[in-house]
Design a protein around this ligand. Sequence first.
Ligand SMILES: Nc1ncnc2c1ncn2[C@@H]1O[C@H](COP(=O)(O)OP(=O)(O)OP(=O)(O)O)[C@@H](O)[C@H]1O
Ligand SMILES: [Mg+2]
Length: 248
Amino acid sequence: MKTLALYNVKGGVGKSAAAVNLAYLAAASGLRTLVWDLDSQAASSWYLHANGEAAKAKQVLAGDTPVSRLVRPTPYEDLSVIPAEFSYRYFDILLKKVEPPREALKRLLKPFASQYDLAVLDCPPALSHLADNIFHAADLVMVPVVPTWLSLRAFEQLREYFNQEGFSQKKLKPFYSMADRRRSLHRELLEQPPEVMRGAAEAVIPYSSMVERMGEHQAPIAAYAPSDDPALTAYAELWLEASKTLGL
Ligand SMILES: Nc1ncnc2c1ncn2[C@@H]1O[C@H](COP(=O)(O)OP(=O)(O)OP(=O)(O)O)[C@@H](O)[C@H]1O
Ligand SMILES: [Mg+2]
């Protein structure tokens, strides 16, 4: 099983949208896919109709809940989800108590390896112990970057953090998200990506009302968008690049 994280310290940049759309496309390609919603806002749990009570963070970490009971089906074949719970906001504090501090999440993912080909982690926007666990557990950390200078700077800081903390830069794959070619700054940064975007995905997720409407449809965009929709096409290209990098 490979583990793909959608991460950014910044909020509202398209992590959950990408997690749900990439996971849907992975499942549609026949991979047994598990989304783990690690954000107490529970956006991807909601998009994927994870019904029933979710396990509390404390129970999950203590291993009190059998892992199979954490998983919920979704309306889509080969796609399951571990829903987030409001107590996930304490994940960070709880993780501090686990030894070794960075390895808990990877250990929790292990039992799923026989049943799934891919785990997709939808991450909360914070650079925390949970983030360290995510960076340790993930084979690939995809980072949605809005084409603005502040977003690029935040990503530069993440690269520096990876260096400082000994995480491999090879795990990092940024991609432009919410790109609006009507804006001159977006256009410039897309045409000449700064050095910090080295190794970025070629696929660019456009600013799209079709993506915004995921909330209205409570579904991945492939479930309702026309097959030639530019955002859907971009996610499909992004998934292709991610799957190649992961060797899936
Ligand atoms: N490509 C896009 N075009 C237009 N709107 C988008 C796009 N991607 C996401 N959105 C919208 O922007 C908002 C934030 O998106 P999303 O929840 O995916 O971001 P996030 O990074 O997961 O946020 P958070 O940090 O709060 O978890 C949502 O309302 C979503 O519908
Ligand atoms: Mg989110």
